[in-house]
Design a protein around this ligand. Structure first.
Ligand code: PPE
Length: 315
């Protein structure tokens, strides 16, 4: 169950968690007109630190732009407000959820006369695919549902409406006893999980679907691309046929919530040895080493929430 924190930010003001409500006739409720982000804040030796904050805020503004939605706050304001949100709620590790939505005003599909409402919330969120997932891996299926077709719902935009498709994929997977489902694009190539990008390892080389395969441009996906380069592991963005999942040495998911999670079987066919593979483990180690400060933050991925705050706030 979601455990409330103290405050939620609404259009520039902090309000109590329980007062962050919308009218049932808000545009977003009937027509799915929202864009959002999911961002992790980690508890580091230097205090809470938000992972790739600027990149997430940029993606949110771009998600909105695709839908002609103007967010009435600048990127820097949103970044600062998100840090403030962590401080105000006295959080250490948490998950941040900025949402921009078309609000209350008129009914009808055309959204231009409805105000854009921006909310920033946070709460504690543990392991997305279960406690064991990071070390043991998860059992997944290929979904009978495809991902969004090109030029229908734009996959590059992290819009609320896209998650109706994700829900179909996720519900089918859980109903059939899997932890997650993989969606294929409408041409039948591997796209992504309901809430994760996907990677395949074969003969020491990493493959991942290109952005044209109906995937979200994942921030963790971009992180894996960079870490693979840093570690000298070859990686290509290329179309992946479904059956490659069955003959791969390793398959893993990436995502803010899922972090880097190994996949140990697909459609009950064992992936490699049926457990986390060595390249997945190397990438996980590198990822978590940067996050927990064991390795320097060489790419400037962490924003210290308490930087520039008075000493009593820094604790
Ligand atoms: N694809 C989809 C469809 C997706 O929802 C996510 C994130 C990703 C890929 C990975 O993107 P990134 O987080 O930038 O690396 N899914 C978010 C929402 C999960 C939820 O259930 O809500 C997340 O991981 O925060």
């Amino acid at each position: 169950m979601l455990v409330p924190t103290d405050k939620i930010w609404h259009n520039g003001e902090f309000i109590p968690w329980s007062e962050a409500k919308i009218h049932v006739l808000s545009h977003v409720v009937s027509y799915g007109s929202s864009v959002f982000e999911g961002i992790r804040c980690y508890d580091t030796a230097s205090g809470p630190a938000v992972f790739r904050l600027r990149e997430h805020v940029r993606r949110m503004i771009e998600s909105a732009k695709i839908y002609r939605m103007e967010i009435p706050f600048a990127a820097e304001q949103l970044c600062e407000a998100l840090c403030e949100l962590v401080r105000v709620n006295r959080m250490n590790a948490c998950y941040l959820r900025p949402i921009a939505m078309r609000g209350y005003g008129e009914m009808g599909v055309y959204p231009g006369h409805n105000p854009v409402e921006v909310y920033l919330a946070c709460w504690e969120w543990g392991r997305y695919l279960g406690e064991e997932a990071i070390a043991q891996g998860v059992d997944v299926c290929v979904s009978s549902w495809n991902r969004l077709a090109p030029n229908t719902l734009p996959a590059l935009s992290k819009a609320g409406a896209n998650y109706m498709n994700s829900q179909l994929i996720k519900m089918e997977a859980l109903t059939n006893g899997y932890q997650e489902g993989i969606g294929l694009d409408t041409a039948g190539y591997v796209s992504e999980g309901s809430g994760e990008n996907i990677f395949v390892v074969r003969d020491g080389k990493i493959l991942t679907p290109p952005l044209g395969a109906s995937v979200l441009p994942g921030i963790t996906r971009a992180t894996v691309l960079q870490l693979a380069e840093d570690l000298g592991i070859p990686l290509v963005e290329t179309l992946i046929p479904r059956e490659m999942l069955y003959v791969a040495d390793e398959v893993f998911f990436s995502g803010t919530a899922a972090e880097i999670s190994p996949i140990r079987s697909v459609d009950r066919i064992k992936v490699g040895a049926g457990r986390r593979g060595p390249i997945t483990e190397r990438l996980q180690k590198e990822f978590f080493a940067v996050i927990d400060g064991a390795k320097p933050d060489r790419h400037g991925w962490l924003t210290l929430v308490n930087a520039g705050q008075p000493a009593e706030v820094r604790g």
